[in-house]
Structure formats: C-alpha cells, structure tokens
Design a protein around this ligand. Structure first.
Ligand code: GTP
Ligand code: MG
Length: 234
C-alpha cells in the first residue's frame, strides 16, 4: 500500500436550505432517500470512505445548516477544511445566486482550498427547473472551479464531487475510484411520487418502441420496392 492510504480530509458541504445536502450524505451512506426536508441545525459530521487507486481516503463531511436561523454561514465550521462543496438545486434560482455568498464566507477562512459546485435535483422535469446550463457554466467560470450535476433522488453522479475533492486536494487528476459506492446503481425511489412517475416512464418506452416499429415498416417498404424494381430490370 502507498503512503496516501487512509488519508483523512475534512470536507465542508454548504448551500442554501433545502437544496439536498443532508439527503445527499444520507443517500450516499445508507442508500435511503429522504423525501422530507428536516432542516439541519448547526452541523452534522459524517464519515465517508473512498477506495481509490492511490489508497483509501476517509472524508469527514461536515453537513452545514443552510438556513441562517439554524446556523448557516457560521464560518467557525470551516476551520481546517481541506475542500468544500457548495450545493444549489436546479429548481431554486436563489440557491445559485447564493453561491457567491457561500464562496466568500468559505474564502475568508480557507483562502486556498478547492471549492466544488454541485447542482442537485437534476431529475426534475424541465418545467420545474429554474436554472439553465449556461448559468451553471457561467458560475463555474466565475469561481474558477468544477461543477457537477447530480440527482440524489435517482443516484446520479453521487461519487464525483467527493472524488473531485480528493483529486483537487491531492493535485492528482489520475486518482480513480476502484470500488463503487454502495449505491452506485441508479434506482427509483418507491414512494408515492415515484409510483405516479412509473407509468409515464413506461409510456415513454412504449413510445420509443412504436417509433422503432414505424421506422422498421418504412424500411421494409423501401426494401420491397427496391427488390421489385430489381426484379423488373432482370
Ligand atoms: N427531486 C429531488 N428532490 C430532492 C433531491 N435531493 C433532495 N431532495 C429533496 O429536497 C428536500 C430538502 O432536502 P435536505 O437534504 O433536507 O436539504 P438540506 O440542503 O440539507 O437543507 P438544510 O438542512 O435546511 O440546509 C427534501 O424534501 C428532499 O427529498 C433530488 O435529487 N431530487
Ligand atoms: Mg440539511
């Protein structure tokens, strides 16, 4: 094993209330998707272990309250952080506008740590999304960082922000995960909403099948007319 085995990093996870920070950690560690918003008070520290080609990394993720009334933006939580994640959510434009405040508050305590942006709730349908890809690209450029779209609900890209924290902290982009996180397979949460969603998914698949069979018929028609023509020429 190499020297980086069991390296411990402190990662602070911040962002406006309700963007999905606690759901993210809970989903990553236990696989459970919390459908309710139970506002975090102060901070909750959660250990996460990542197995990489450069050894084992233990991330102590400090899930910070987003709502100021419960201790949001309390800079004392940021001391000795090795990396930070600022989360916003696709259905909440204000949460993207707040990224600058979170960024500034982090920078006052940690002037040089890597800060990664994460856009959560990318599973939401277009009509519920309030943030465009261009706006995310612009924010990523302004803060000179990396951003990741994730969905805690459907388990999309959950490991990437943590991996990027390690890569940036170690200044080593060749670090790869060698073991999948416990919940890497996309899943559908079986709650009321998902059950309602399921027939829509099925309809979508059936629509795709219909399109295929229509195209197959068209091609078959074209083929028979070519064969007919060839036959006539002989
Ligand atoms: N559709 C969708 N909803 C999500 C997703 N992730 C979290 N949520 C919902 O967002 C709500 C808020 O989630 P929390 O994790 O409690 O939010 P938080 O950022 O920890 O909020 P504070 O603790 O107040 O800072 C919950 O109702 C979650 O079910 C997601 O990927 N998609
Ligand atoms: Mg929370």
């Amino acid at each position: 094993m190499n020297q980086q085995q069991n390296k411990v990093l402190k990662v602070v996870l911040v962002g406006d209330g309700g963007v999905g920070k606690t759901s993210y950690i809970k989903r990553y560690i236990t696989g459970h998707f919390e459908t309710k918003h139970i506002a975090t008070v102060g901070i909750e520290s959660n250990p996460i272990t990542l197995h990489t080609n450069k050894g084992i990394f233990r991330l102590n993720v400090w899930d910070c309250a987003g709502m100021e009334v419960f201790g949001g933006m309390r800079t004392e939580y940021y001391h000795c952080a090795d990396a930070a994640i600022i989360m916003f959510s696709s259905d909440n434009k204000t949460s993207l506008e707040s990224v600058g405040h979170w960024y500034q508050s982090l920078r006052t305590v940690c002037p040089a740590i890597p800060i990664i942006l994460v856009c959560n709730k990318t599973d939401l349908p277009k009509n519920e999304r309030k943030i465009t890809s261009m706006e995310i690209i612009r924010a990523t450029d302004i803060f000179g960082t990396t951003s990741y779209p994730i969905s805690v609900k459907v388990n999309g890209n959950l490991q990437l922000p943590f991996l990027q924290c390690i890569r940036s902290h170690m200044n080593d982009s060749s670090i790869q995960l060698i073991e999948s996180p416990p919940i890497s397979v996309p899943s559908i949460d079986i709650n009321k909403k998902s059950v309602i969603d399921l027939p829509r998914v099925r309809v979508h698949i059936e629509e795709k099948e219909d399109m295929k069979s229509i195209r197959r018929k068209e091609l078959y028609k074209q083929l028979t007319s070519i064969l007919d023509e060839l036959e006539q020429l002989e």
